[in-house]
Write a protein that binds this ligand. Structure first.
Ligand code: HXC
Length: 268
């Protein structure tokens, strides 16, 4: 689908996107690139990164991939520094890396809970923390005007409760809290805007294929009036709005992009 945004809304900007090699993270990388940004993607799997970088470059997007695990502070430091060295500035950080699996709370080990907290919550904070000096107003970015911006991808699971997702619900709640608190502190001190997106079910993503079996997906509409699958494009367009000047007065906001699903109740 054609973008409603001008193709130069992110001209001259540099974005670092964790989990940028696949799923929602890749679509955000692609759309940022198509709208003028240079893109660095971070991920754990070299093959996935290489494939994604080639795909971005074939669209004419200046793109580079850096291997790293957001759970390791040293990886975060190196990837952030490498992005700065490669492109000369960092304007946008997107935290899209996430871990997930379906398991009942009874069967989930504390280490399984911790693993997802480590990836989603601690990983998001670590990346924000390591990127701060580059995102600061008048910081290290060449010719940077105003502070940079951060976008954290969470979910709507924790607004209510979700079966077999206690670890992810807890982790995403922490991500949203981190978004709001950094928006307050860094918005005030450094003019850095920090926002989030809470996607609903999005088709053609690792999350959907892991979490929602086909038979559930095909029946969901019978039970949930507003149930339909979003597209990765929908998330990327919300991301463009939030990180571009279109969103320049938006800070500390978590934009729900789910077609209204989370607030719906079964018909009776
Ligand atoms: C129960 C599990 C498990 C499973 C792992 N564990 N998988 N427990 N069921 N299916 C437990 C292990 O037993 C172990 O605890 C602990 O978690 C760590 O497991 P490892 O295998 O060592 O973890 P690791 O290799 O680091 O893998 C991390 C991962 C993996 C989270 C398990 O799946 C991953 O990295 N996935 C990333 C890709 C992904 O899922 N992306 C989609 C995100 S979608 P013990 O106690 O045995 O040591 C998303 C959408 C949310 O976030 C919103 C949806 C609407």
């Amino acid at each position: 689908m054609e973008s409603p945004f001008r193709s130069d809304v992110l001209k001259g900007k540099v974005a670092l996107i964790t989990g940028g090699g696949s799923g929602i993270g890749f679509e955000i990388s692609k759309q940022f690139g198509k709208h003028g940004a240079s893109v660095a993607i971070m991920g754990r799997r070299k093959q996935v990164l290489d494939f994604a970088v080639s795909a971005l470059q074939s669209l004419g997007i200046p793109a580079v991939g850096f291997e790293g695990d957001v759970r390791k502070q040293e990886d975060a430091t190196i990837v952030v520094e490498s992005t700065y060295k490669h492109f000369g500035r960092i304007d946008i950080l997107v935290n899209a890396a996430a871990g997930n699996f379906l398991v009942s709370a009874e069967d989930l080990s504390p280490n399984g809970f911790r693993t997802v907290m480590d990836i989603d919550s601690v990983g998001t904070f670590t990346m924000c923390h390591e990127a701060l000096k580059y995102l600061k107003k008048g910081g290290l970015g060449r010719g940077s005007s105003g502070g940079g911006t951060i976008l954290n991808i969470s979910a709507t699971l924790h607004y209510t409760a979700s079966w077999y997702q206690v670890h992810v619900s807890a982790a995403k709640a922490a991500v949203d809290a981190t978004t709001r608190n950094l928006a307050l502190e860094w918005g005030t001190d450094y003019d850095i805007r920090v926002n989030g997106i809470a996607p609903g079910p999005i088709g053609d993503t690792p999350g959907m294929s892991k979490l929602v079996p086909q038979e559930v997906n095909s029946k969901a509409r019978d039970f949930r009036p507003l149930y339909r699958l979003g597209e990765k494009w929908d998330i990327a367009m919300a991301a463009l709005y939030l990180v571009s000047d279109a969103g320049k007065f938006v800070n500390g906001n978590i934009v729900i992009v789910d077609g209204g699903l989370w607030l719906s109740r079964p018909r009776h």
